[in-house]
Design a protein around this ligand. Structure first.
Ligand SMILES: [Zn+2]
Length: 130
């Protein structure tokens, strides 16, 4: 069941809004990171404990940042697929992705079955690859 033009319009609005809020969030994070490193440079207390905490926070920030960036890339790719008419089709098996799934995850590239398989295949360490 292909997506109707109306559903595509809805998903288009959804990805645009989600992208805008992600961009705003990233801008905020970038501004905060700048402030924090400036604060650290200007700071007077410089013992090892503080630096470890600062490094930990920086790491945390970066993993959140890269998650956001990844989602942003996914949304940009989704918008490109909407524009060229290939949106809503599973990248692996070519089946239609249900509207409800696309609405819940506008950047989704695969149908549920293929995504599950993909995640199992590319699961983290500790899994034997047979
Ligand atoms: Zn599929």
């Amino acid at each position: 069941m292909a997506l109707t033009p109306r559903q595509i319009e809805e998903l288009k609005g959804l990805t645009a809004r989600r992208r805008d809020s992600l961009v705003a969030e990233l801008r905020r994070d970038a501004g905060r990171a700048r402030d924090e490193s400036f604060g650290a440079l200007a700071g007077t207390t410089h013992d090892l404990g503080d630096e470890s905490v600062a490094a930990l926070l920086a790491d945390l920030d970066q993993s959140e940042l890269s998650r956001d960036l990844e989602e942003l890339r996914g949304l940009e790719a989704a918008r490109a697929r909407i524009a060229d008419g290939s949106y809503g089709v599973c990248a692996d098996c070519g089946a239609e992705i249900e509207f409800e799934r696309q609405r819940a995850a506008p950047g989704a590239l695969r149908c549920v079955a293929c995504q599950t398989r993909h995640e199992k295949t590319f699961a983290g360490p500790g899994r034997a690859s047979l």
